[in-house]
Design a protein around this ligand. Structure first.
Ligand code: ASP
Length: 412
């Protein structure tokens, strides 16, 4: 009997942690950090290799599958509404929690050196937003700039549906074919996920001890509690009430993708697995998932949005700043923008903190306070990001009349 993929990944995760703990105890952590980690690098490179062609092919085939402008408009409206509503709900959860728990008040925390180039990010957000329209679509693809690639692919797919015969069907078939091949390739790479996850986790744990967590336990607890509330209460309620979907069945369907998000800290790198899980295990159509997921992996980051809000207010609390209602409102808005602008790569959220701190006049060095625990929080918020994308895809698929989803609630 073959063990299901998510069990294989889970076991790999545990084995990775055990290896790292042993390595730290017995002093061979450099072996894990330098040598074992190579397996993780190979796996991540393979995943990254498929991302751009997968996104281009999936969006173009998705949009041509959607058909006409009316369907396209309706799907886009649903998708963006879901993204904005869930991100705002996540931010509000964080806002309430951090104001109740006050983890930063009176905390004595030592500064860590802040990452280089933070200041330049303050101006970068508007560039990122404008940069959605690529000057040169091929350059965007070559450089892996996902948002402009999505934008161009959406337009390209849409105008294929406007092309005259025979080009319309030729191009539709062509991109459908490319998409099928990319999914086959993805499927093959995914078979190696347990090995990749084992190596990535072993390296992360071997590099980081647990002692740095203690002074920041209150802050970590607040972020984790808020993320848990969003993932286990808010999103399941939406699934169940709006989508008539069983949250448990959905969770089971997505476990491999969620564990991969947790270990890679990258929604983009996880995208191939998210697509495969939502189609194979949850039964959503390619027409919906190939439109909603690549967009979601890039702009819908509930976990990141929530974390930005909690972290900014935590930093204000440590510095003894009293934030007015207006300032908290600015934090909510900039957290939303930062989560849209953050790339689906590790620590993108931390880098975006500069934008928020700048907007409310907090010192940029504040990022140095939260840096030591960012890695672990990144793993958790990335899982929440992927979970929200998946829930959105299932809800939208059901609202588009897909009544044969495998995750629907049983009729009582
Ligand atoms: N690592 C996150 C992601 O890929 C982004 C972040 O840093 O918050 O979803």
């Amino acid at each position: 009997m073959k063990l299901k993929l998510h069990w294989q990944i889970f076991i790999a995760l545990i084995l990775g942690i055990i290896l790292a703990v042993l390595a730290r105890a017995m002093g061979f952590e450099s072996f894990v950090i330098d040598k074992v980690s190579v397996l993780g690098v190979i796996f991540l490179r393979a995943l990254r290799m498929v991302i751009v062609p997968l996104i281009v092919a999936s969006i173009i085939s998705g949009v041509t599958g959607i058909g006409n402008a009316e369907n396209f408009g309706r799907m886009s409206a649903k998708t963006f509404t879901y993204y904005i509503v869930t991100s705002l709900l996540a931010i509000l959860t964080g806002l309430v929690m951090v104001n109740i728990i006050h983890p930063g008040v009176g905390a004595s925390i030592t500064m860590t050196e802040i990452p280089h180039g933070l200041q330049s990010n303050v101006d970068k957000l508007s560039d990122t937003l404008l940069g959605i329209i690529p000057l040169n679509p091929l350059a965007a693809m070559v450089n892996g700039k996902i948002l402009p690639v999505i934008f161009f692919s959406l337009l390209f797919g849409f105008f294929i549906t406007k092309a005259p015969k025979p080009y319309k069907s030729q191009l539709t078939d062509f991109f459908q074919g490319v998409f099928e091949v990319m999914m086959k390739m993805t499927h093959f790479i995914i078979l190696f996920t347990p090995v990749g996850v084992f190596a990535i986790i072993a390296k992360k744990v071997a590099e980081t001890g647990v002692d740095i967590f203690i002074p920041l336990a209150g802050y970590m607890g607040t972020v984790i509690l808020s993320l848990a509330f969003h993932a286990f209460i808010t999103l399941p309620l939406l699934l169940s009430v709006v989508g008539r979907i069983s949250p448990l069945a959905m969770f089971k369907a997505m476990t491999s993708a969620l564990l991969t998000a947790f270990s890679t800290s990258s929604s983009s790198a996880t995208l191939p697995l998210t697509m495969e899980s939502i189609e194979q295990n949850a039964g959503a159509s390619n027409r919906v998932s190939s439109f909603v997921l690549p967009l979601g992996a890039t702009i819908n980051m509930d976990g990141t949005a929530l974390y930005e809000c909690v972290a900014a207010i935590f930093i204000a609390q440590v510095y003894g700043f009293d934030l007015s209602f207006a300032q908290q409102f600015i934090i909510v808005l900039t957290a939303l923008l930062a989560s849209i602008g953050a790339a689906g790569i590790p620590m993108a959220g931390l880098v975006m903190m500069a934008v928020i701190l700048n907007a409310v006049g907090l010192p940029l060095e504040g990022v140095g306070l939260i840096l030591p625990v960012d890695r672990i929080l990144d793993m958790l918020r990335t899982s929440v990001n992927v979970w929200s994308d998946s829930c959105g895809t299932a809800i939208i698929a059901h609202s588009e009349g897909e009544n044969n989803l495998k995750v629907l609630r049983k009729k009582s």
